[in-house]
Design a protein around this ligand. Structure first.
Ligand SMILES: Nc1nc2c(c(=O)[nH]1)N[C@H]1C(S)=C(S)[C@@H](COP(=O)(O)OP(=O)(O)OC[C@H]3O[C@@H](n4cnc5c(N)ncnc54)[C@H](O)[C@@H]3O)O[C@H]1N2
Ligand code: MOO
Length: 409
């Protein structure tokens, strides 16, 4: 069936899929568990931050004009009238001729207009000798200088990285709303495939796709459910797919092409899954089916590991990212210079695992050495994917190419 079907263009396939995506509902999650989740609310601050003028130094709060000219030769002597640790409030206002000992993070007392660090003073009982009084006025963190009350500080769709974790804590969000993770069911099909912990008998290989794709799905913010293996049998594959009705996305690998045992389109027919496309003009990853039933997307990826990985990257990943509430679902792309020639002709748009690095003047990129549809080695050390446009001749050393960086946008 795959042999007579027409390939759709990658961009068309992506658009079809993304238009069908339903964004996941939200849940409240305790902050300590929120790292890498996607924020489901825009957080507005209910306070200024810092909430009070505070000292960035251990030293003396004082009136800056009084000490501006102080030098070791001509110091200014003040009287200490208060002691303010962080976490407490000042007891007395600063008046001319006085200073308050203050700790980093403590509130600036009324009347003080600057802080001098301890190292620029000599302390003798309650007498403080200021040896260098320059810049005291700058040593105050002003109330609200980082965040203003009513400010929208973090936006819905933000991926919660370490900085966002900290900011959510600043704002008192102990259980922020986050998007539920899409649940992805993974099934490896193929009578030659055995579970990873089974002994290998002649003709068999281990199921590596489920583990590779589960890692890719996790990286795209999804939760995976490994449903195991099915042999090349329509009923068996169909039955296994139906065991995971609580999943949001269904992925099979294998049986996506034109061989006698390539059954996935039959499975879709049997289950009443509407076929969206069954070939996409990319290499690797040409054989890839997508279907929909009851608003849920089904993907039939190639069995070839590197093909499955590229199909996932180009078709499934953006879907999961959008479902998961993200605002950006494409990876960043840059231009780079080929550090080794790429000798093959390219028909369908080609994706080549690669490593890229920065030199003094350029960003260079080198295709991984072991490029082949079935070769996982080429993907292993890659930090980038070179995109070669359709109908390209072989590319010489130093040709400029487009590169997808394997990092989040
Ligand atoms: N006559 C044609 N034959 C093939 C064509 C074609 O156009 N005409 N396309 C080739 C290309 S390109 C690809 S890609 C593969 C796609 O085949 P399938 O998607 O049907 O995948 P399988 O045949 O089931 O498996 C391919 C390969 O990968 C191994 N495999 C399968 N599952 C796993 C797994 N879970 N873990 C590790 N490895 C797996 C499998 O044993 C095969 O070696 O079709 C070409 N043929
Ligand atoms: O389509 Mo195959 O995916 O070139 O490996």
């Amino acid at each position: 069936m795959g042999g007579i079907s027409v390939s759709v263009k990658l961009e068309v396939a992506q658009e079809i899929l993304l238009n069908l995506v339903k964004v996941m509902p939200k849940e409240k999650v305790v902050l300590s568990e929120c790292w890498r989740r996607v924020l489901g609310e825009t957080v507005v601050s209910d306070m200024d931050f810092p909430p009070f003028d505070r000292s960035p130094l251990d030293g003396y709060a004082l009136i800056d004009a009084e000490v501006a000219g102080a030098t070791p030769e001509s110091p200014v002597i003040l009287q200490q009238i208060d002691y303010i640790p962080a976490g407490e409030t000042p007891h007395k206002p600063v008046i001319p001729g006085t200073a308050c000992r203050i700790m980093t993070g403590a509130p600036i007392p009324p009347g003080a207009t600057g802080v001098i660090r301890l190292e620029d003073t000599i302390v003798d009982g309650d007498k403080v000798t200021i040896l260098d009084g320059r810049g005291a006025g700058k040593n105050i963190c002003l109330r609200g200088e980082e965040i203003a009350r009513e400010e929208e500080v973090i936006f819905q769709g933000t991926v919660i990285n370490a900085g966002v974790m900290g900011m959510l804590a600043v704002l008192g969000k102990s259980r922020p709303a986050v998007f539920c993770k899409p649940r992805v069911a993974l099934i490896a099909t193929g009578s030659e495939i055995v579970p990873v912990d089974f002994p290998l008998t002649p003709g068999k290989i281990r199921n590596s796709n489920s583990f590779m794709l589960s890692a890719q799905a996790a990286e795209a913010g999804a939760q995976t459910v490994l449903l195991g293996n099915a042999s090349d049998n329509v009923d068996e594959i169909a039955h296994l797919l139906e065991t995971a009705s609580d999943c949001d996305v269904f992925i099979t690998t294998g049986g996506a092409s034109v061989g006698d045992y390539d059954f996935i389109s039959e499975v879709y027919k049997k289950l009443g899954i509407t076929l969206l496309f069954e070939r996409v003009s990319i290499k690797p990853g040409m054989p890839v089916l997508a279907g929909i039933r009851d608003g849920k997307l089904y993907f039939g990826l190639s069995g070839n590991p590197a093909a499955a990985a590229i199909s996932f990257e180009q078709l499934v990943r953006p879907v999961l990212m959008k479902m998961g509430g993200r605002k950006v679902w494409w990876r960043p792309r840059i231009k780079a210079i080929l550090a080794a020639p790429f000798k093959k002709m390219t028909g369908a748009k080609r994706f080549v695992w690669a490593r890229c690095w920065q030199t003094n003047n350029d960003i260079l990129v080198e295709p991984s050495r072991a490029q082949g549809n079935g070769m996982l080695k080429s993907a292993m050390g890659a930090n980038a994917i070179i995109v070669i446009p359709e109908n390209s001749p072989p590319l010489p050393l130093n040709a400029e190419v487009e590169v997808i960086l394997l990092v989040d946008a």
